[in-house]
Ligand binder design. Structure first.
Ligand SMILES: *Cc1c(COP(=O)(O)O)cnc(C)c1O
Length: 377
């Protein structure tokens, strides 16, 4: 059995979590939250990072910080996770979906400008598979229209675009530390604030609308209700779990990159399409996907691999074709690639600790499955 994903497990995490439990300081914003935050701010050259309870929470914070109102529009790809849209829809916005590029599965930067209207309040760039969107172009368009850019970098921790960490290029960046991501705290995420004018309000928003963060730093002598807000800070137990992984982030990243390279090398002659990484992008091996000819071929291959105990899985059903997407959004322009490319893509097992022998097994079974499906035609 080779499952699709296995969360990182480190003995060190047990030690840090144990220490946290014994200290009885298990609420948020303690020692390990500070260690995680400082580690990421330094490593990614970020002005300010706040740990959150999820990437979804970080996206919701962006929508509130950008003062999204009913009737506003937000531009994003349809090929993404539900919460990329829902965080803004929760504030009353309409999702305006733009087609993706077939090579990276990222939003097609050349189709964004035409989708902008007077109601557009933000552009959301999703870095699929930890491969960056064409950020120079996106930032240039956003600059001309004075629009903020939110990077959904849920899959992009430790990935770079022209030397800059994903999540640090737009107005805000959002990371996920969910169980399925490269680094995990079970459920968790982070908000990266690249425009310093938003820092104070973001801290208040995350702390139930109070200025408790400033109080703890001794900047005010009592803390008060200041603004709207919610509870978006994770517990120290989660942060302790994450910190053990950040300490060896390079080792985890190198390991995943190595698995990715093994897949690429062994599958490059497969009559199917493999991921493309533009020259200016350094990816983090968040996933290894394969694109076959069509939906039925994909389903047959996933089924055949499943019978062999191999966890291959498809990915997003385009949001515009779902009930929520039809209710809360619209597709702008023509859907040339979103539907066509998404329905022929599937992902192979990828995790820290996946053995070379297991990679060879996946490759062999995939080759057999694809050959069988094509003979059957
Ligand atoms: C995983 C993921 C999310 C959601 O992350 P959570 O931490 O589970 O909220 C959002 N967007 C993308 C692109 C993701 O891959």
């Amino acid at each position: 059995m080779i499952p699709f994903n296995r969360a990182v497990y480190l003995p060190k995490a047990k030690e840090y979590v144990g220490e946290t439990l014994e200290s009885s300081k298990i609420a948020g914003d303690g020692k390990y939250t500070r260690l995680c935050t400082r580690w990421m701010e330094e490593r990614f050259c970020a002005a300010k990072i706040l740990l959150t309870t999820s990437c979804t929470a970080a996206l919701e914070m962006c929508a509130i910080l950008l003062d999204i109102q009913p009737g506003d529009e937000v531009i994003l790809p349809s090929y993404t996770f539900v919460t990329t849209a829902n965080a803004f829809v929760l504030r009353g916005a309409r999702a305006v979906f733009v087609d993706i590029r077939p090579d990276t599965m990222n939003i097609d930067e050349t189709k964004i400008e035409a989708a902008i209207t007077e109601r557009t309040k933000a552009i959301v760039a999703v870095h699929y598979a930890g491969v960056a969107c064409e950020m120079d172009t996106i930032m240039e368009i956003a600059g001309r229209y004075r629009l903020p850019v939110v990077e959904d970098a849920a899959q992009g921790v430790m990935a770079f675009y022209k030397g800059r960490a994903l999540g640090t290029i737009g107005t805000f960046g959002c990371y996920s530390f969910h169980e399925t991501k490269n680094y995990t705290m079970g459920e968790g995420g982070a908000l990266i604030i690249n425009d310093e004018t938003y820092i104070e309000r973001a801290e208040i928003l995350r702390e139930k609308g109070t200025n408790r963060a400033r109080f703890y730093r001794g900047m005010v002598d009592k803390y008060s209700w200041m603004d709207i807000g919610s509870s978006y800070l994770p517990s120290e137990i989660n942060a302790a779990l994450l910190y053990a992984q950040l300490e060896i982030a390079d080792e985890i990243n190198d390991y995943r990159r190595n698995v990715w390279d093994q897949y690429y090398e062994q599958l490059k002659l497969l009559p199917a399409e493999l991921p493309f990484v533009p020259g200016e992008c350094v990816h983090n091996a968040h996933m290894f996907y394969v694109k076959v000819r069509n939906l039925s071929e994909r389903q047959s291959v996933i089924g055949a691999l499943g019978e062999q105990g191999i966890g291959a899985v498809f990915h997003y059903v385009p949001l515009h074709s779902s009930p929520g997407g039809r209710k809360f959004g619209r597709f702008f322009g023509e859907d040339c690639y979103t539907t066509k490319e998404s329905c022929r893509l599937f992902r192979l097992p990828m995790w820290y600790g996946l053995e070379p022998e297991e990679v060879r097994t996946v490759v062999k079974k995939l080759e057999e499955a694809l050959a069988k499906v094509r003979v059957a035609e």
